[in-house]
Design a protein around this ligand. Sequence first.
Ligand code: FES
Length: 289
Amino acid sequence: MALVTSNNYTNSALRTGDVDTYPERKVGEFIGTVVSNASVNDEYKHVVLKVHPQALKAYAGQMFHLLCPSPDGAEVWMRRPMSVYRVDRTNGQIEFLYKIEGRGTRGMALLEPGDDFNVAGPLGHGFTLDPSWKNIAVLGRGVGLATLAPLSQLAAENKVGVTAILSARNPGVVMSKKLFDELGARTMVVLDSDNSSAVENVEKILGDLIARRQADAFFTCGSNRLLKLMQRLGKKHAIPGQVAMEQIMVCGFGACYVCMRTFEVDGQKVLRRVCRDGPVFNMQEAVGW
Ligand code: FES
């Protein structure tokens, strides 16, 4: 299928098999080949791309800036930032899990196996694990779970235990459970449909983890109320934490300042660029959204 893209590919974009004349590069523009682009449920799709080995340097919490095809023949002017869902170094693939919401993701949903897909990255600062942490607690909701999912890969590589609390409206839109399960995480699903996602219940689950010393650090994405809960418990029990912030972006690499958000550091309000200074930040410094 011929897809209309919003810009011409630049000459420097690397395809699989190209010799990289600048292997020290940390960020690049790549032309991936779509391996699959399948529906996960009514709202989400999962795209797998074969990419140049340089793109496989991405780690948990980092993102790519995607040149989405047009869904309707008109231009899609801006790239769309998206956190990487999985890096499959064995097969030379990166994966994204996305919700079909706007024109960019509607265009992305049209990609078929064999199509080119231009991605730039990896961008930003992702999640980090302190060597002293033995067990971490991950709490996410909605598409935020796609951002948190690669933490399971990072934790497995570092022999860190993971308890993942996956929050969703109903069982049909629980995201990333399979990936967490496959990588050995202990997963718990909490839902709006049976009220188990209520803050009081999630607080009880986290309280149990803290009591059993299963939460050396907190990680969250996708919900302001869950961020506030983890901030409160983290402060009370001196548990460090990281949050992946979501934000509208334009350039994606720190030049335009469109993605500024307010943080509170040592009692002072400071502005930071989510794309370059984050998207992962110290949980206690995030003001929320
Ligand atoms: Fe341009 Fe962040 S999107 S500075």
